[in-house]
Design a protein around this ligand. Structure first.
Ligand code: RIB
Ligand code: CA
Length: 289
């Protein structure tokens, strides 16, 4: 059985993606936190906080602290600390380099990767050794906006944030030849999948975990009007491949992070364009709301 490695920039939806996997009985072998929604200190601490809330002992290591070339671009979309300004005691932990850990794992094990953040960490891994990618069975990426429908128009200009943050890294990963399942805004921005006040009002807030989830999502809904479940939907692609319909092809990324899909049956990239709402509700939404 291939190991499962999660790479995140926790963020509220990253937090719910980790919970979606664990609540479906899937525990990542380890998680790598990288910069994106916030700086690395925040995303690392936030990710550890999520594992504590879940009462799961999942190792959390650190990944890229900045893009390959350009300067970091931060928005406080998820709050100043990247986790809806949820306050908690900082954690004591040994800072372990997740790229080296992943490199050592790949020397003799097959690995599935879910990445819900900028692709810098993977690009750095690929730069360590040419054949290190041979044991990567598949990568599931939350990212991209392909204008396949009215939802795929971008959330940073006409780019999607995870790609916009480091387009050079994204190009390296999408053109690596590895089998990549891409879950873009074309799917995740569909309002049928987003969380609104009505969903929060139905929550049973009767535990530490449900209180945590309620506070995080309430912040996002109050501030942005709704909460898009980008990363939990990407986690669903690992749990149930049948949940999505995909177009096969090649992906290119321009210098502004805009993603272009060229249909090609021989391509290694699969881009999701539709999601079964019943599977989404059963395996994701109903876990929380
Ligand atoms: O564009 C949405 C993506 O960017 C999500 O993964 C969110 O957490 C941010 O990383
Ligand atoms: Ca994310």
């Amino acid at each position: 059985m291939a190991k499962l490695i999660l790479i995140v920039d926790t963020g509220v939806d990253d937090a719910l993606a980790i919970m979606t996997l664990v609540k479906n009985g899937i525990k990542p072998d380890f998680i790598i936190a990288a910069s994106g929604n916030s700086d690395l200190d925040n995303t690392l601490n936030n990710t550890i906080e999520v594992t504590k809330i879940l009462e799961e002992n999942i190792p959390v290591y650190y990944g890229a602290y900045r893009p390959l070339i350009r300067e970091p671009y931060y928005e406080d979309y998820h709050g100043q600390n990247g986790l809806a300004n949820y306050t908690y005691e900082m954690h004591e932990f040994n800072k372990i380099n997740g790229i080296i850990e992943l490199y050592n794992t790949l020397k003799d094990e097959e690995v599935d990767i879910i990445i819900t953040c900028p692709l810098t960490t993977l690009a750095l891994l690929f730069s360590l050794e040419k054949n290190i990618i041979k044991n990567i069975r598949r990568i599931i990426v939350m990212g991209g906006a392909f204008a396949l429908n009215e939802y795929g128009t971008g959330n940073v200009g006409d780019a999607e944030f995870n790609i916009f943050y480091d387009p050079e890294a994204a190009n390296m990963v999408f053109n690596s030849g590895i089998k990549i399942y891409t879950i873009p805004l074309d799917v995740t921005m569909n309002p049928n999948f987003s969380i609104k006040d009505d969903d929060l009002n139905k929550m049973h807030v009767n535990s530490n975990e449900s209180k945590f989830i309620y506070e995080l999502v309430k912040y996002m809904v109050n501030r942005h009007g709704s909460f898009e479940m980008h990363d939990p939907i990407a986690a669903l692609a690992y749990l149930n491949e049948k949940a999505f319909k995909y177009i096969t092809g090649k992906i290119s990324v321009d210098r502004n992070g805009k993603t272009l899909l060229t249909r090609d049956e021989k391509g290694s990239c699969m881009v999701a364009y539709s999601l079964d709402i019943n599977i989404y509700q059963k395996n994701v939404k109903n876990l929380f709301f």
